[in-house]
Design a binder for this molecule. Structure first.
Ligand code: AHR
Length: 512
């Protein structure tokens, strides 16, 4: 059955006619809306906030005495913006920072906390003003569940076990009482706990066999309070590597909720020359999307291994760091990883989210890197000013997919090609939301050519109720502190059974 069109104006009909060029991509989507796939775990929309640059200090935390309006030291404007996109999960304190972090530095009266050196990120002074209690305040303000990353490289099993007891025990133990003396009577909830980070690199420079030995040693002393569940995260691999997933999933049988995986999109695929965040042409646009689309193969290869080693499907595959990573802008602190964010980042985000939905059976959690002022951020700040990035708007448009149930579909699309490489011109996702409505997202990766979309959705009478589109004239379009609303979602009304998806756009449709 074809879609029933609620409103199909003369204007949209003529737009359709105008767009029906021979150069348009041709896309057909078939689905039976009564079919059901995996649940799209809301934790796929998790975010990462590391002690790095102005990610925490300035971006989130301004302190109780700041002129910038704040609650418990966290700036109100940023907290409200994050609440609006329903961030489900917050990962802290790193990253590489986590493996040199000693939790005792961040508890007790602020004035008594030691100043340490953030040797991973610019060698700057770390005041430890944001520690465990402040992190839980932030998660609470945002309305997010918590993901804490422990220190495996420079900590000890005892230190990690003590931190977990400090946070979660309801007993009359010395550690639980210390927490109470520091102002928190009730235990906190930890949803995920990472046992180290990037153990192959900044987290210890080791191989997977050595890591598994250490993991098991640590887990033998870590105790989760009865009745509580913490999903422990094994630190896994990156990019094309699958050995870490293989070794961890074949050797660790209990005490692990899933295995982490990191993949960053570098336009040039070169750490010494990553590419500019804001100055790029169609070739760099293509290269960026070609790199990001490698995520599909990485997901497939790791999921194949998990399906073999863990056929019951217990283990999650957690992409707990993903996003774009560009060259540092001239004049900015190299260790701070501050970068602007354009329409290209919005398309990167949407393509990755569509892939995570596709693999939702295994991909139960991901964290974009990072939340504020670092890498592919949702939000940028400059003193009291704040701007929402194009990536923020994708997370806003896509929040309807949190905990939705995927609907299987087939998508036939022409290709978007350059220099002998091909990408599908259109990426899509389709799901039934928790509110009973059907949501479809479509991304046109091609910056030049529109796509003719032919929807064949059978099984339920449907009406498109609403649509939102994020696009712009220029591929480099962005929001700045002086022009904060340059790129924002607009109503999208040019839909029907057949409609045109404009070049370089992301559209989310609501069906009923
Ligand atoms: O997100 C920035 C850094 O990238 C993280 O600290 C580390 O885990 C990764 O290499």
């Amino acid at each position: 059955m074809k879609l029933k069109v609620l409103t199909f104006s003369i204007l949209s009909a003529s737009l359709f006619a105008n767009h029906a060029f021979a150069t348009n991509h041709q896309v057909t989507i078939h689905a039976n809306l009564q079919d059901r796939g995996a649940v799209i775990n809301k934790d796929i929309y998790g975010q990462f906030a590391e002690h790095l640059g102005r990610g925490i200090y300035g971006g989130l935390w301004v302190g109780h005495d700041s002129d910038i309006p704040n609650t418990k030291g966290f700036r109100n404007d940023v907290v409200q913006a994050l609440r609006d996109i329903k961030v489900p999960l917050l990962r802290w304190p790193g990253g590489c920072f986590a493996d040199q972090y000693h939790w005792r530095d961040g508890i007790g009266p602020q004035e008594d906390r030691p100043i340490t050196i953030n040797s991973n990120w610019g060698g700057v002074e770390e005041t430890n003003a944001v520690g465990t209690h402040e992190f839980f305040d932030l998660a609470d303000l945002i309305g997010a569940d918590t993901y804490i990353n422990g220190n495996l490289a420079t900590g000890s099993a005892q230190e990690m076990a003590d931190w977990i007891e400090y946070m979660t025990s309801d007993k009359n133990s010395a550690l639980a009482n210390e927490r109470r003396a520091n102002g928190r009577r009730e235990p906190w909830e930890i949803k995920y706990f990472g046992v180290g980070n990037e153990a192959w690199g900044c987290g210890g420079n080791m191989g997977p066999e050595q890591y598994v030995d250490l993991y098991q040693q640590y887990m033998s002393v870590i105790k989760t309070p009865p009745g509580k569940e913490i999903l422990f995260v094994g630190s896994g691999g990156t990019t094309e590597d699958t050995q870490w997933t293989d070794v961890l999933s074949s050797r660790i049988h209990n005490d692990m909720g899933g295995i982490s995986f990191h993949f960053y999109t570098l336009p040039n695929d070169d750490w010494d020359n990553k590419g500019s965040a804001t100055e790029f042409d169609d070739t760099m646009w293509f290269k960026t999307l070609e790199r990001t689309y490698r995520m599909k193969n990485y997901l497939q290869n790791n999921v194949d291994i998990l399906d073999r080693n863990d056929p019951s499907g217990q283990l999650g595959f957690y992409v707990d760091e993903w996003g774009t990573w560009y060259d540092t802008e001239e004049g900015r602190e190299p260790g701070f990883l501050y970068q602007q964010n354009t329409l290209r980042d919005a398309v990167v985000a949407a393509v990755n989210l569509n892939l995570f939905h596709e693999y939702a059976k295994r991909v139960h959690m991901t964290n974009i890197a990072q939340m504020v002022n670092v890498l592919q951020a949702m939000i940028l700040t400059d003193g009291a000013k704040m701007v929402k990035t194009p990536t923020y708007h994708i997370f806003d448009m896509y929040k309807v997919f949190q905990d939705a149930t995927a609907i299987p579909f087939t998508l036939d699309t022409t290709e978007y090609s350059m220099d002998g490489k091909d990408l599908p011109a259109v990426s899509a996702t389709l799901a039934k939301g928790t509110d009973g409505r059907i949501y479809m997202a479509l991304v046109n990766l091609d910056p030049e050519n529109d796509a003719d979309i032919d929807l064949n959705l059978n099984g339920e009478i449907n009406t498109i109720l609403a649509g939102r589109i994020l696009t712009a004239q220029a591929i480099t379009a962005k929001n700045t502190f002086d022009d904060q609303h340059a790129l924002e979602p607009q109503p999208f009304q040019d839909w029907a059974d057949n409609f045109v998806l404009p070049a370089k756009s992301v559209v989310v449709l609501t069906l009923k």
